[in-house]
Design a protein around this ligand. Structure first.
Ligand code: SF4
Ligand code: SF4
Length: 753
């Protein structure tokens, strides 16, 4: 964090730089000199080079960094790039109050690829409670104008989000609405800085006003389908990765003050005068020397660096003792829980409790009812739960077969242990849609004489589950094409790993040793280690969905899958899918409820200009659908519904024979020129029935083209069903199922009149 300007054009009364215990700013230069910028840049470059860092994050901070003006900013950025980019990727960010942001500065920030966070506390009353000019005037309009500038399409790439400091006297709904109205890519909600010496204000009778306030925002955010990323809530969920304020990940921020002093995180300024100081500066000491300061070192120790109360706390892995500065008390120093302890404990509870975990399946339906229920066209959530449970059983059975055919005994033992100690972690990994294709691939290859067996999946699955469970372990993992895949986490591509690598699960990450290389990977979603390609997820109304573009076993759709998307493309696809999910909720809520029950991943297919709209499901990959990254949510919604029908029916076909086996029957259908086998027709009519329902819902509100689409799909489905029933290719269960589909179709038709 580079304090490029140490004064500010606002005078916020909650500012920890000027208004709290530390007053060192008074003796510092107003702006960082060119010589200091250059020395700082050299120190960062030296550190990146010595440690072969894949990326360095530099945050331009203040005071107010925009007080440098465009020319000053350009000069700082040029110095940083010249020194650092020969050695590593430079990720540039800025935190600003936005008051001075204008077109010229926005263009500069976009051109220089600087991500900008804006401090903004919500609606006018909330924002102006603290964030005012020295003369007391409002900053609200100025900041909103800055946010509007950043939202413009030509500047949007630099819009990182909003940083909002909570004041429990503000109306949480109005603050939430004000933040949402600015369409931020991400919101950081911060607790106001406080210590045991200077506790936070607690107006009102409640003992946990901050948890209550944040809990209310959390419920609203969940109810509305998580329409924006709120880092606090995402970080607090199990496995959420934490932030500087939460969790046990090692601290990795150092501050360079305007005079070149190395300091610890500047929130410490709230503790006491000089609390953040190290006594070092960039002219005399390196990053490593500054990082050896005891105040920084203790924050590398995870749970061991916390007080006894926190070490014994049931939510310590999520809370991590709160922000370091908030633990301060004269006498015991930082060896205390957070002054927000009661709020944090309650907040973790309320985040867990609302909603009930989306993936907790409802009570499963009796198996006999399953086909009749699916034949309604969508099926119930109980049926989905049963299908998902049987899919998991199949995966478990395949896992046992893999163990019996040369799977690693050590990895098996670890999996068995984890299945008892942390069953949810094992379950989450085994439910990953591409675990079963991997197991099947392994079994197929080991059954073919002379074929080289595919990579043993057991070690990677054991590591993935241990990581989720936070259980230390060391496992030898086979390497395929210089890569290790850890389902649900991501993949590591590291040339030189050799045939097998030792993977040691650490707190919050893992270390890999193989061939000539060693690498430590931390699973913080905003961090990256060279070669580590984390899975990326998106918040959807049903919980979380992976954008799965890295798992090698996703290549099971009979059509080319896209290589890993760049971050902006992955985010764009995530936004479209989340919006499409909401469209499904709007059009056909019963179908949306079944998405909630099992859809876990979306796989991008390679775009094809000749067929821009393609989608697919794979029988072995329940829980995933593959789509071309089409930008229109309305179109994407139809693809999701269509493909999820195939997934449900595929899972049912794992349980029941609906088509007589061994027949060469081919049936003509209206939606394809070539005659189709009976199972293909069955899949077609089941998908088209759902698509008919989508278009009928849209036709009821818009008419026009939607009515024509509804009529076409209705006619296709009816003709397909009739052809199937006439083909004599169905089993008794199949006859009953398709007969009931015919009834559902009639009801659909009547309903649409
Ligand atoms: S804008 Fe930021 S740096 Fe400036 S006074 Fe307000 S809180 Fe402090
Ligand atoms: S909730 Fe309290 S005791 Fe538990 S880790 Fe957080 S600060 Fe420590």
């Amino acid at each position: 964090m580079l304090k490029v300007h140490s004064r500010c054009d606002l005078s916020c009364d909650h500012c920890y730089v000027y208004q709290h215990a530390d007053q060192t700013w008074r003796g510092r230069p107003v702006r960082m000199s060119t010589a200091t910028v250059r020395a700082a840049a050299r120190r960062i470059a030296e550190h990146a080079r010595e440690h072969a860092l894949p990326v360095v994050h530099v945050v331009l901070h203040g005071g107010e960094p925009l007080l440098l003006g465009a020319a000053g900013l350009r000069e700082v950025l040029a110095e940083l790039r010249a020194a650092i980019t020969p050695w590593t990727r430079l990720d540039l960010r800025m935190q600003t109050n936005g008051v001075l942001l204008d077109d010229e500065l926005c263009r500069l920030l976009v051109d220089e690829d600087v991500q900008v966070g804006v401090s903004f506390d919500g609606d006018r009353a909330a924002n102006d409670r603290h964030r005012v000019f020295a003369h007391g005037g409002s900053s609200h309009d100025h900041v909103r104008r800055a946010l509007a500038l950043l939202r413009r399409p030509e500047h949007r790439a630099s819009y990182a989000g909003i940083l909002c400091t909570v004041d429990v006297r503000n109306d949480p709904d109005r603050v939430y609405e004000a933040l949402l109205a600015e369409s931020p890519p991400r919101v950081d909600l911060l607790l106001p800085h406080a210590t045991w010496d200077n506790p936070p204000p607690r107006p009102g009778p409640g003992s946990t006003p901050y948890a209550d306030w944040l809990g209310r925002v959390h419920r609203r955010w969940v109810d509305e389908g998580r329409p924006m990323s709120i880092r606090l809530f995402e970080a607090l969920r199990p496995g959420g990765g934490g932030t500087e304020a939460f969790g046990l990940a090692p601290a990795d921020v150092l501050v360079i003050e305007a005079d070149g002093s190395w300091e610890q995180v500047d929130s410490l300024k709230t503790a006491y005068h000089g609390a953040a100081g190290t006594g070092f500066d960039v002219f005399g000491q390196s990053v490593d020397e500054a990082a050896r300061h005891p105040g920084v070192a203790v924050r590398q120790e995870g749970v061991d660096g916390l007080c006894a109360t926190c070490r014994a706390c049931p939510v310590v892995d999520r809370c991590g003792g709160g922000l370091y500065a908030h633990r301060w008390r004269t006498g015991s120093g930082f060896d205390n829980p957070s002054v927000y302890c009661a709020d944090l404990l309650r907040l973790v509870d309320s985040v867990d409790a609302y909603p009930r975990p989306a993936r907790q399946p409802p009570a499963a339906a009796p198996a006999d009812d399953l086909l009749d229920d699916l034949a309604t066209g969508h099926g119930s959530t109980a049926t989905l739960a049963l299908l998902a449970a049987t899919q998991l059983s199949i995966t478990r059975a395949l896992l046992v077969s893999c163990r019996d055919r040369g799977g690693s005994p050590a990895a098996w033992e670890l999996l068995v242990h984890l299945d008892q100690a942390a069953p949810e972690a094992v379950r989450a990994v085994l439910e990953h849609p591409f675990v079963r294709p991997w197991l099947v691939h392994r079994l197929d290859s080991s059954a073919r004489s002379g074929a080289r067996p595919a990579v043993d999946p057991l070690p990677a699955l054991a590591v993935a589950a241990a990581l989720r469970a936070g259980v230390p372990a060391a496992v030898h993992v086979p390497v395929r094409a210089d890569a290790i895949t850890l389902p649900t986490h991501g993949g590591l591509v590291l040339p030189g790993l050799g045939e097998s690598a030792e993977v040691t699960v650490l707190r919050g990450g893992f270390r890999v040793r193989g061939g000539s290389v060693e690498r430590t990977v931390l699973l913080d979603p905003v961090e990256s280690s060279a070669g580590w390609r984390p899975t990326r997820d998106v918040s959807v109304p049903g919980g979380w969905l992976l954008i799965e573009d890295g798992d090698p076993y996703r290549d099971c759709y009979g059509q080319p899958v896209a290589p890993r998307l760049a971050d902006p493309a992955a985010r764009a696809l995530g936004r479209t899918v989340a919006e499409a999910w909401r469209v499904v909720q709007r059009d056909v809520p019963a179908h949306a409820a079944t998405l909630d029950g099992g859809l876990r991943a979306v796989v991008p297919l390679t775009p094809d200009p000749v067929r821009p709209l393609r989608s697919a499901t794979a029988r072995h990959a329940f829980g995933a659908v593959a789509v071309t990254p089409h930008p229109d949510p309305e179109t994407m919604a139809v693809l999701l519904v269509h493909e999820w029908q195939h997934a449900k029916l595929g899972a049912a076909l794992d349980l029941y024979d609906l088509v007589e086996p061994g027949q060469g029957t081919r049936i003509r259908v209206p939606w394809r020129p070539d005659p189709r086998p009976p199972e293909g027709v069955l899949q077609g009519v089941y998908a088209h029935l759902a698509v008919t329902q989508v278009w009928q819902s849209r036709a009821a509100s818009t008419g026009g083209d939607a009515s024509a689409h509804a009529d076409r799909y209705l006619s296709w489905t009816r003709d397909g069903v009739d052809a199937l029933l006439a083909s004599r290719s169905l089993t008794a269960a199949g006859e009953r199922f398709v007969g009931r589909l015919r009834h559902a179709l009639e009801e659909t038709r009547v309903g649409s009149r």
